[in-house]
Design a protein around this ligand. Structure first.
Ligand code: KIV
Length: 271
């Protein structure tokens, strides 16, 4: 039996065993109870309560405005839904940068108040002190390198990162530093496939990609994107498994029509 079939509950150790066995790790975002329940039932390994909630749930242009309280609200709903998946929660912008004590207290709040299993932080060597402090408290940490959306105003654009040798080299050093600090996995977002594959080969912890090609240990997508709920977001790396935008629009149109015409509710739908 494979490692993931054998795992009644996914832990950071299970993910490490999956990497060592060459089994791909599956990961999707989740922000609410109902969706997380379906994702967990499908057998996903990891649910990320991403700060992309700021975009897809709250309609903000960037991930910067979401607060720690809001992340805890989303994470609590997801934790109530899952039986098997490992739940990772993003530390939001402003809750960890530049102050490792604040980083630790933010991570503790997430773990205590939501019941999640781990946290994710964006960045490399510049946030190592925060990561180390959180790890010292026994909280598992996932890293996130490459395109880090909380730094969008520094980058200025969402284009592919680390195409140039200098940035690629820095990313490899960052990944090594995160591994040495004790992170249990790293997300690589929107970087060349060849670079991502090299990192996954050189680093012993699981490397999960989004827009980072197929040479990594697993994949993550934003659930609203892969279901095609958002029809305005169509990057090259995204595979859409549904066109829920059209499906839902059609259902809402039919409902409006049925109510207006007096067709709904009929006798069988009435008491
Ligand atoms: O917030 C998020 O959804 C993420 C993924 C894009 C990896 O960080």
């Amino acid at each position: 039996m494979s490692v993931h079939e054998n795992a009644k509950k996914v832990t950071t150790h299970v993910l490490q065993e999956m990497k060592e066995a060459g089994e791909k790790i599956t990961m999707l975002t989740g922000y609410d109870y109902s969706m997380a329940r379906i994702i967990d039932t499908a057998g996903i390994d990891v649910i990320l309560v991403g700060d992309s909630a700021s975009n897809v749930m709250a309609g903000h242009e960037t991930t910067l405005p979401i607060t720690l309280d809001q992340m805890i609200y989303h994470a609590s709903a997801v934790v109530r839904a899952i039986d098997r998946a490992l739940v990772v929660v993003d530390l939001p912008f402003g809750s960890y940068q530049g102050n490792s004590k604040e980083a630790l207290s933010s991570a503790i709040r997430i773990m205590k108040e939501s019941g999640a299993h781990s946290v994710k932080l964006e960045g490399g060597q510049e946030i190592l002190e925060s990561i180390t402090r959180i790890l010292t408290a026994g909280i598992p940490v996932m890293g996130h390198l490459g395109l880090t959306p909380q730094s969008i105003y520094k980058f200025g654009t969402y284009v592919v990162r680390a195409r140039e040798e200098e940035e690629a080299q820095r990313l490899i050093e960052d990944a090594k530093a995160l591994e040495a600090a004790g992170c249990f996995a790293i997300i690589l977002e929107k970087i060349p496939a060849e670079l991502a594959a090299r990192v996954a080969k050189e680093i012993n912890i699981p490397i999960i990609g989004i827009g980072a090609g197929n040479g990594v240990d697993g994949q993550v997508l934003v659930v609203h994107d892969m279901l095609g709920i958002n029809n305005e977001f169509n990057p090259r790396f995204l595979r859409k498994y549904h066109n829920l935008y059209q499906e839902m629009l059609g259902s809402f149109h039919r409902y409006i029509e049925d109510v207006r015409s007096g067709d709904f509710p009929n006798e069988e739908e009435s008491y």
